[in-house]
Design a protein around this ligand. Structure first.
Ligand code: G3P
Length: 254
């Protein structure tokens, strides 16, 4: 009976994969290159990392020449937390050269590479050199398996962009999680483990379902992160507590 209840409890999202209880928990990264947003999310005490991409950096209005200094500022602001900085090179050689430069900026920089022929080759070379790689733009379990085999420390399957074309991003994420969690990657990359970063997150429900599926991380833009935090009943409760606390008989003079 209990096992049946546990199975129902874990698969009620309908994706059929049991999220086995694990030591760690789903951690939250912020998906932005905006320093103010990172500082604010960090001040809440629940931030575990940062992911950026060329579009998010462009959104800050930053110039190309300031890209690496900006990534360094984020790395220093988030000392000890992994910060993904993306290479924009298109060849394996270019990605390795840029990846070495980015990872040399700070010990918590993770190099982000696209899953493609050049990206896989560069990932292998960088992982063999002790650099942590986040393989991005992942849309299938086979891409995820190839990335893990090429030495990726993190794999970023996209959910929202999948939904954008009327496909089921969470179902794809479920398959990626199940495939990767079936194997031991301890000899593939410097840290000896592969973590899945749920990316292209649009809603709190994406975060919840990713946790139910056993994804290690969700990287969330600030707007969605705030929606994850706020709940109308919490606000209502706070307001009624405050009203009761400010009114008789508590405020009555003794
Ligand atoms: O950083 C990668 C990814 O999270 C971007 O997602 O689809 O919101 O641009 P998207």
């Amino acid at each position: 009976m209990f096992l049946h209840l546990l199975y129902w409890r874990c698969t009620r999202n309908g994706y059929g994969h049991i999220a086995a209880r694990r030591v760690c928990h789903e951690v939250l990264f912020i998906d932005t290159a905006n320093l103010d947003e990172i500082a604010e999310a960090k001040s809440w005490g629940c931030l575990a990392g940062v992911t950026t991409n060329p579009s998010l950096y462009a959104k800050t209005g930053g110039k190309l020449a300031d890209f690496e200094p900006h990534m360094l500022k984020i790395a220093e602001l988030c000392e000890g937390l992994p910060v993904s900085a993306e290479s924009t090179a298109t060849t394996a050689e270019g990605m390795v050269e840029e990846g070495r430069r980015l990872s040399a900026l700070a010990p918590n920089i993770v190099v982000k590479l696209p899953v493609c022929e050049a990206g896989l080759a560069a990932c292998r070379a960088l992982a063999d050199a002790g650099v942590r790689v986040n393989m991005t733009l992942v849309f299938s379990p086979t891409q995820a398996l190839m990335a893990a085999n090429a030495g990726a420390r993190y794999i970023s399957p996209f959910v929202g962009r999948y939904d954008d074309i009327a496909l089921d991003g969470l179902s794809q994420l479920a398959d990626v999680v199940a495939c990767i969690k079936n194997y031991d990657w301890s000899d593939k990359n410097p840290d000896g483990r592969v973590e899945i970063i749920t990316a292209s997150v649009r809603t709190p429900n994406h975060v919840t379902q990713a946790a139910l599926l056993g994804a290690d991380i969700a990287t969330v833009p600030m707007a969605a992160l705030k929606k994850c935090l706020h709940h109308p009943l919490t606000d209502q409760g706070l307001a009624s507590f405050a009203a009761d606390w400010a009114s008789p008989p508590i405020r009555d003079s003794p």
